[in-house]
Design a protein around this ligand. Structure first.
Ligand code: EPU
Length: 270
């Protein structure tokens, strides 16, 4: 969904990334970094600058010490969760079932009602165009689906402090979490996850549902009949369909409850 990118780059080393950032800077070409692309919507017009996605070289996951795991930003989050289950390391079960990359999850402090990735982040390796640098997790300013990391900093890797447990106990909590998602959220259908942030003390899904919006469509986009905060692609939806549907949802919820919903997904125009 969404239009094309002017350029698409997949750096495979910090050297690559440095050269890329220098040359984009020299030519004044705007760029945007994506993780797994699972929480991002590009408008129909696409993006005229350069979309950057870290390559395979940034996807290594390894256990450094008893309870310390280092994961590259490009590693898939579900792979990290599985790794921890296999190693008998607890602390990531709350993230089971969330797609995307480790870097994207850290940037947006991905999580559920059970916990967030920021809870276990000890250090983050950041690239500012010059040298990679490890910073303490606290400097990320983790809050509900947010960090304070400036947009032009690239997360290269993360060190996670987990807790040693039996693999069986960890895997059973992962399975429970997956089951809960399977029954309360749409599966097997394309979506960008929860579209809106939960307003303080309430749930966007509950509000959209109470406003009678479940199943409402704009073109190929639909408010999921399973969980109302998921806007799903029933086939052939365009980004414009999604934006129109999101607009309709916001308007209706505002009329009914006087609450202004805010996007959790990142919408990229131009
Ligand atoms: N509800 C409805 N109708 C709906 C959906 C929900 O009445 O269509 C009610 C539920 O019955 C429940 C309440 O609303 O009483 C809260 O629902 P739920 O437990 O599903 O949690 P949520 O607040 O809607 C949040 C996160 C999800 C995360 C779940 C589970 C946000 C915006 N959403 O959803 O995260 O998976 O908790 O932990 O923070 C995401 O961020 O992309 C995401 C999906």
């Amino acid at each position: 969904m969404g239009g094309a990118a002017g350029l698409f780059a997949v750096p495979e080393s910090t050297g690559d990334l440095r050269v890329l950032m220098e040359s984009l800077g020299r030519d004044a070409i705007p760029w945007i970094l994506i993780g797994g692309g699972t929480n991002v919507v590009f408008s129909n017009g696409g993006y005229s600058g350069c979309v950057v996605r870290l390559g395979e070289e940034f996807s290594r996951v390894r256990r450094e010490e008893e309870t310390l795991v280092t994961a590259g930003a490009a590693a898939a989050l579900p792979r990290l969760v599985t790794f921890a289950g296999r190693e008998g390391l607890a602390g990531l079960e709350c993230l089971a079932g969330i797609p995307g990359s480790v870097g994207g999850a850290v940037r947006m402090n991905a999580g559920t009602r059970e916990g967030e990735i920021g809870d276990v982040v000890e250090q983050v390796q950041i690239f500012d165009g010059r040298e990679p640098q490890w910073i303490p997790g606290q400097e990320m300013g983790f809050s509900y689906r947010r960090t304070i990391l400036p947009e032009d900093r690239v997360i290269l890797a993360v060190r996670l402090r987990l807790r040693a447990e039996t693999g069986e106990a960890v895997r059973s909590r992962v399975a429970q979490q997956m089951e809960r998602r399977r029954t309360s959220q749409p599966t097997g259908v394309a979506s960008a996850g929860c579209w809106f942030r939960n307003p303080e003390g309430d749930s966007a899904g509950r509000l959209i549902d109470a406003a009678g919006m479940k199943g409402v469509r704009c073109g190929g986009a639909q408010v999921s009949p399973v969980h109302a905060n998921f806007l799903v692609n029933t086939g052939g939806a365009t980004a414009a369909d999604f934006l129109a549907l999101a607009g309709k949802v916001k308007e209706t919820v505002h009329e009914r409850f006087g609450i202004s919903l805010e996007e959790e997904v990142r919408i990229i125009h131009g």
